[in-house]
Design a protein around this ligand. Structure first.
Ligand code: NAD
Length: 248
């Protein structure tokens, strides 16, 4: 890890009056949740078709069997890590306005972040597709699939977006607004391949923001919009950035 780049990033963050974070699956890898893509990616083991909206409507049991394993049995007990926690501390100290996340794991909130724009929804909420009643996972019997609404017997779906579904309008609008205002964006653990989420750092850059990127690998952002590349794992880099940022 390049110490000069780290000092530079801390300096830029100290001066900024409007910093936001943009996070992808990489920030949660060290919490034990694998990303979708790459060598240990989820899509090497599971068929992404199970998360297509059309497939879900036609084959809810088959879809739910995968969803249960992936997002509830497997992810269910994950805990936030240093990187999530540093972002929450930065917000508390007035150094971060909001987090825009592509993740659906609720770990930013678990770490204490208050303003989180969930671009792809949240697995810790479920919704009846018929009467729109919302549930939390503990109130749903996942041993009996597919789950049905207690009120109307409608099909229940996790409240994260499937392939073929639109971005929740409120999260989209607030994310674009924050990106327009941002002086600095800290991008952590995203390939930049998932659209339209990946447009957020580009949008911020067009409005004059400085982009700091944290990733052990190069991404689509690195050679296009990134100004300061901090190469390494999210917990290591964010831990060091915190020491540098809060040391004065
Ligand atoms: P991605 O799966 O496409 O890419 C993950 C990125 O994280 C890569 O650039 C990789 O180099 C980086 N990475 C890997 N380990 C890291 C570490 N320890 N620290 C920092 N970075 C690390 O992720 P994406 O671009 O976010 O897109 C996938 C989509 O899948 C997202 O939109 C998200 O909704 C969803 N997803 C969410 C979760 C979750 O909620 N935790 C998990 C998997 C996928």
């Amino acid at each position: 890890m390049d110490e000069i780049q780290l000092h530079k990033a801390a300096e830029v963050l100290r001066r900024s009056k409007y910093t936001i974070a943009f996070t992808g699956a990489g920030i949660s890898v060290e919490s034990g949740i694998p990303p979708f893509r790459g060598k240990n990616g989820i899509w090497n083991k599971y068929d992404p078709a199970t998360l297509e909206l059309g497939f879900f409507y036609e084959n809810p049991l088959e879809s739910w069997n995968v969803i249960k394993q992936l997002f509830y049995d497997f992810f269910g007990n994950a805990e936030s890590n240093t990187a999530h926690q540093v972002l929450a501390e930065m917000e508390e100290k007035g150094l971060l306005k909001s987090v825009i996340t592509q993740n659906i794991d609720n770990l930013h909130q678990q770490a204490g972040s208050k303003v989180v724009h969930e671009f792809h929804g949240n697995s810790q909420k479920m919704v009846c597709l018929q009467c729109r009643t919302y549930y939390i996972p503990v109130d749903i019997d996942l041993d009996n699939l597919p789950p049905r609404c207690a009120k109307c017997d409608g099909l229940i779906k996790p409240d994260f977006i499937f392939f073929g579904e639109g971005i929740p309008p409120d999260a989209y609008q607030k994310s674009v607004e924050a990106a327009s205002l941002a002086e600095v964006v800290v991008v952590i653990g995203s390939t930049g391949e998932v659209m339209p989420a990946a447009q957020i750092p580009y949008h911020a850059k067009q409005h004059g923001a400085t982009i700091i990127e944290v990733n052990p690998e190069l991404s689509n952002f690195t050679n296009s919009v990134t100004d300061i590349f901090l190469e390494g794992k999210a917990t290591e880099i964010m831990g060091k950035l915190k020491d540098e940022l809060f040391k004065v």
